[in-house]
Design a protein around this ligand. Structure first.
Ligand SMILES: [Zn+2]
Length: 382
């Protein structure tokens, strides 16, 4: 595959292509950065590519420190420790390297570097929320998964350490100034992570496309994102070293995140509840739920589900055919069909319904969801 590096601005500038990570030192210097804090997770910190990245930054004359306290679903204490690392290093920029968790923690560190008070006082939609009105340090994002697309998103989702309740903090200022999307960084990703993150990207495209509201730009991006997932997810899972498939998924993940500016849907509400109650990986939780939510939606958006079937090149290009395609794709990439297969038990049903109902994502679901509707969706999925 050619080593061409492209540039997209939507509105984040994305340097996209194999090897684009090698441009980071020059880009930081051009932005007058001297002391970057590299934020990553515990799994990535010891990997050779990260060591090479740190060495390249040092060779360019930058005084870099590494904060690698991100692990599992992001929680507030990881942000607090990261802000301390930022201040101890007297950092002037943040380089986020990792999947959605590292990206979200890095954005929250960037927010709290120069903002007073407690992180959760900035929660989106909170009546007395503090405004995001101070400067944000120069923030660069380097995704190592193709999933959340958080690198081109303007929100961060951080959970409370004790309750696991997810808090969304939203501001256009949280958009990374520059993204280095390098598919070579995805080559070593294990199949289960590739599958779960890829299903998250797919769910973003599908739910954004179906979300209420008039946003034809997002709709077009979402449909092309579905096509890219349909072409590239299975090859990425089955042949991790397939650079072309990894490239397609990396693009699809960003497209999902651009598209879901329009909104998401009930799959995300159900998945957020599964992560809160069972601490499941976000993409895995979406993958578990999506066919059941689409079955619920079918009564009101059959035509749009048919368009999704066409985008996915499903064998049967109908609403039912799209749902069957989702079921088959899950099986193909190793995601269990039913919640009962992953330890979800009926005694937690009411807890799941309560969290899902309180979650904001389903407010834009094409079919309105009551508590009873969510209960039926979970029961179908059990
Ligand atoms: Zn998601």
């Amino acid at each position: 595959m050619s080593q061409t590096i492209y540039e997209f601005s939507f509105p984040t500038t994305v340097r996209f292509g194999a090897g684009s990570r090698h441009e980071i030192p020059t880009a930081l210097k051009a932005a007058a950065v001297h002391r970057p804090l590299l934020v990553t997770d515990q799994g990535i910190a010891p990997l050779p590519f990260l060591q090479a990245m740190v060495a390249a930054l040092q060779q360019a004359g930058l005084d870099v420190a590494v904060y690698s306290g991100v692990v599992g679903n992001p929680v507030k204490s990881q942000v607090t420790a990261g802000v301390e690392a930022f201040q101890a290093h007297q950092a002037d920029a943040i380089v986020a390297v990792g999947g959605g968790a590292a990206m979200d923690v890095a954005k929250a560190i960037a927010l709290m570097a120069h903002h007073p008070g407690d992180l959760f006082e900035y929660e989106d939609g909170k009546p007395d929320a503090r405004p995001v009105d101070h400067a944000i340090p120069y923030l660069v994002a380097v995704p190592t998964t193709a999933g959340t697309g958080s690198e081109v998103g303007r929100s961060t989702v951080i959970s409370d350490d004790a309750t696991h309740a997810k808090k969304i903090i939203f501001s256009p200022r949280l958009l990374p100034q520059k993204v280095f999307a390098d598919p070579e960084l995805l080559l070593g990703l294990p199949p289960n992570v590739t599958a779960a993150t890829g299903m998250d990207a797919l769910t973003h495209c599908v739910e954004a496309y179906l979300a209420k509201g008039y946003q034809p730009l997002c709709d077009g991006i979402a449909l092309e994102g579905v096509r890219l997932v349909a072409q590239n997810l299975v090859p990425s899972v089955e042949h991790g070293q397939n650079l072309e498939a990894r490239t397609g998924m990396l693009a699809a993940a960003m497209m999902g995140a651009v598209a879901f500016q329009k909104g998401l849907g009930a799959t995300h509400s159900c998945a957020h509840a599964l992560s809160t109650v069972y601490d499941f990986h976000h993409g895995f939780a979406n993958a578990l739920m999506i066919p059941y939510v689409m079955e619920f939606n079918r009564a009101v958006v059959a035509d749009k589900l048919r368009m999704l079937a066409i985008a996915a090149a499903a064998p049967e290009q109908t609403a039912e055919g799209f749902i069957q395609w989702l079921v088959d794709l899950k099986a193909r990439v190793g995601i269990p069909a039913k919640l009962s297969q992953v330890g979800v038990t009926p005694d937690k049903l009411e807890a799941l319904v309560a969290v899902a109902l309180a979650d904001g994502c389903h407010s834009l679901n094409p079919r309105t969801c009551t508590a009873d509707d969510l209960r039926h969706i979970y029961l179908a999925a059990l």
